[in-house]
Design a protein around this ligand. Sequence first.
Ligand SMILES: [Cu+2]
Length: 137
Amino acid sequence: MGNKQDTNWNYGWHRHPNASQPRRVEVGGSEGWHFGFNYTDWALKNGPFYLGDTLVFKYNSTPHPHSVYLLPSYRSFLTCDLRWAWKIADVNQGGGEGFEFVLRWWQPYYFACGEGGGFHCSNGTMKFPVMPLIHWN
Ligand SMILES: [Cu+2]
């Protein structure tokens, strides 16, 4: 379905051969990606996440569409300000095996649903931060 990021990227360079294998984590677990679930709490309980890990967002576009955006800053994350947000998955990309996002860079990621003009993010708590760690061993 074209849900995945390009898979040609070799992200193995930062991993020691003996480091633990990357994880594939479904966001929200069996809850998936939906309105009203506390994803910040989920992320705290299910982290830490490491470079090379894959987050999988599963959601249906009916009855209520969802999406996945990256917010550019902690401030925009706090306020659910979508003006400078980057849409990484539209309302149709959460079906099937879900939308897969690889944590490639050592940077904070601020994920949010972009639907309802920020309402899903603010009132639906469909947002969470991730700061991937590096395997040093
Ligand atoms: Cu939503």
